[in-house]
Design a protein around this ligand. Structure first.
Ligand code: ADP
Ligand code: TPW
Ligand code: MG
Length: 583
């Protein structure tokens, strides 16, 4: 196609006077044409010059210290913007480092494009040992939604268009785009090059639900005595905030936000049942899932959590599920009323047809309210304590106040106890502010998410990180400092994974879950010119967080937490296999 395009150039201009373009410029032009103006990556052969040229062209190029973090940044940028986040890496090892994040994006339904340079095709295919040789396309395929390779400069426009459509249409996900080193330097006629680019029209078309499915869903909902609405991160992603709020309020049903849907409606909304989670899951008779899968995070929709008798028993409730993927319904339990379409269209259709609805029976609303009141009172009591040393609760009481005072701040969270306690204690007030470990419950998203959150939103970022969780991406504090981002990281330092108290029974080594005692993570930040604070009390933590937000300086607070305070695996202790053989 490259030669064909060359031949198409205006015959009037002599060959040597025609303006030429090349792969480098065509990729940049194609990205810009589609509004993809930020790249998260790590430079090296064959993409170093590409990064320079992209920056010179006005694209924001954010360089990380490890591709996985750049990839996580791209993935969450995709979630926050509904446009694919772009991650750029070198071949083989750089590609593999980025691949974890691409798989993460796919699993979480975030649109992302991983662009990796690759080695000489002929050499790779004959396995002759090229520099960073690897059949990247084949390796990427099973881990993402789609994978493409572009061999000719004239196909760059189409290649990127396909990648964008695959990433954002239907259920969003990760896409791999393989760009062999040779492609960057390929030349073609500039005019033909411009014509070959594609501006993707309506990349994620509205998907309107079928009218009979809408009616079925409303019939089931209206038959409910104890309705519950569960909001997932698909609902947050959809950016249909007003319509979702209207539907929830019209229905009068209690709602439960999944972790990243917190704030879609304020956690302080009177219908929020976050503080009565176990009650509403167990007792609801009709559950409407909006952009949430019945995966492990919801105990697969069955078992004791859902009022089932045994481990795998159905609890007897009916499910309505709003989802863009037609294959999601019945994945774990029977869905009585699947509603397939994008959340915005589904919710709008429900609102249009819902007519008058009577509020759920007072008995149900009162039971939920009672439970909430009891649990909130218990939590208030716990939070008021001020133990020495500081524990998760007394530290998070401070974070909770700071987030309340700064509801526009982006909030990043990872760890085990550092995640679970934070999720239940720190209220969110606005949509898409809370970003965390997601569907896999992975450690390592922290600093990548901080960088992207700051860049995409222009807002203050607050991160609450377990000390182990932080370690997975800790070197990126240099990136945070380099770009001078308003990021305040609180490391919940309990000396290890879950706790800092384990011991090696043989006495030889530190136990697998413990770290250096009394480590000073704040000093890492100081090494790069950021502000580091060691906080041993809630008062010190409060002062440091307030100062970080006032100054907007990159700040890391080492919050010294009682090393005995956590529990194994936080709230998912039960997922640990137990030994069949007694000691
Ligand atoms: P959570 O972890 O918050 O429970 P999940 O990631 O399990 O959420 O579920 C998100 C669901 O939302 C996925 O099944 C996905 O197909 C769906 N989804 C994502 N974007 C949209 C959208 N725009 N419209 C409808 N459904 C969507
Ligand atoms: C990529 C397994 C789950 S939670 C966790 C690990 C290693 C760290 C918990 O310690 P932390 O939190 O962060 O100090 P806290 O407050 O309980 O002490 N590798 C990956 N992902 C996961 N989930 C793990 C390992 C894990
Ligand atoms: Mg820890």
């Amino acid at each position: 196609m490259a030669e064909a395009a060359l031949k198409e150039s205006p015959a009037s201009a002599p060959e040597d006077e025609r303006e030429l373009t090349d792969g480098f410029h065509l990729i940049i032009d194609a990205l810009k044409l589609n509004g993809l103006t930020t790249i998260y990556g790590v430079p090296g052969i064959p993409i170093t010059d590409f990064g320079r040229m992209a920056q010179a062209s006005g694209i924001r190029v954010l360089s990380f210290r490890h591709e996985q973090n750049a990839g996580y940044a791209a993935s969450i940028a995709g979630f926050l913007t509904k446009k694919p986040g772009v991650c750029l890496t070198v071949s083989a090892p750089g590609f593999l480092n980025g691949l974890t994040a691409l798989a993460h994006a796919t699993t979480n339904c975030f649109p992302m494009i991983l662009i990796s340079g690759s080695s000489e095709r002929e050499i790779v295919d004959l396995q002759q040992g090229d520099y960073e040789e690897m059949d990247q396309l084949a390796i990427a395929k099973p881990l993402c939604k789609a994978a493409f390779r572009v061999l000719h400069a004239a196909d760059i426009g189409i290649g990127l268009a396909r990648a964008i459509r695959a990433a954002v249409s239907g259920r969003p996900g990760g896409v791999y785009l393989d760009l062999p080193a040779k492609l960057f330097g390929q030349v073609m006629d500039a005019e033909a090059g411009t014509k070959s680019l594609v501006k993707v029209i309506d990349a994620a078309p509205a998907q309107i639900p079928a009218p009979d499915a809408v009616k079925r869903a409303l019939d089931v909902l209206k038959g409910a005595k104890r309705p519950l609405i569960i909001l997932g991160k698909g609902a947050a992603y959809a950016q249909a905030d007003d319509a979702i709020r209207a539907l929830v309020e019209k229905s009068g049903a209690p709602f439960l936000p999944m972790s990243m849907a917190k704030g879609l409606l304020s956690d302080l909304h009177p219908q929020c049942a976050g503080a009565a989670r176990s009650t509403v899951l167990k007792d609801a008779d009709v559950v409407m899932l909006i952009g949430a899968r019945l995966n492990w995070l919801l105990s697969h929709g069955k078992g004791k959590t859902w009022g089932g008798k045994g481990h795998k028993d159905w609890g007897g409730q009916k499910f309505i599920q709003l989802d863009i993927s037609p294959q999601e319904a019945d994945s774990n339990v029977r869905i009585d009323a699947p509603l397939v379409g994008d959340i915005g269209s589904c919710v709008a259709a429900l609102l249009k047809e819902i007519g008058s609805v009577s509020k759920p029976p007072a008995e149900w609303l009162n039971a939920v309210a009672e439970k909430k009141k009891g649990n909130v009172a218990k939590m208030t009591e716990t939070l008021a304590k001020n133990p020495t040393p500081m524990n998760f609760h007394s530290a998070l009481n401070v974070v909770r106040d700071i987030v309340k005072a700064n509801p526009d701040a982006m909030f990043v969270n990872e760890g085990a106890n550092a995640l679970d306690f934070t999720r239940s204690i720190v209220d969110m007030y606005k949509p898409r502010k809370r970003i965390d470990v997601g569907t896999w419950g992975i450690m390592g998203v922290g600093m990548g998410y901080c960088v992207a959150a700051a860049v995409v939103s222009g807002q203050q970022v607050i991160a609450v990180e377990g000390d182990s969780a932080f370690g997975f991406s800790g070197m990126e504090v240099e990136t945070v400092c380099r770009y001078d981002l308003p990021v305040c990281i609180v490391v919940m330092n309990n000396n290890g994974v879950y706790k800092g108290t384990d011991q090696d029974p043989t006495g030889r080594d530190p136990a697998p879950t413990v770290f250096v005692k009394g480590a000073r993570y704040d000093r890492l930040m100081e090494a790069f010119g950021g502000v580091g604070v060691n906080a041993a009390t809630p008062a010190e933590l409060r002062k440091a967080m307030e100062e970080a937000i006032r100054s907007k300086k990159p700040t890391l607070i080492n919050a010294v937490i009682d090393e005995t305070a956590g529990t194994e695996s936080g709230r998912i202790t039960s997922l640990n296999p137990t030994a069949g053989k007694k000691k």
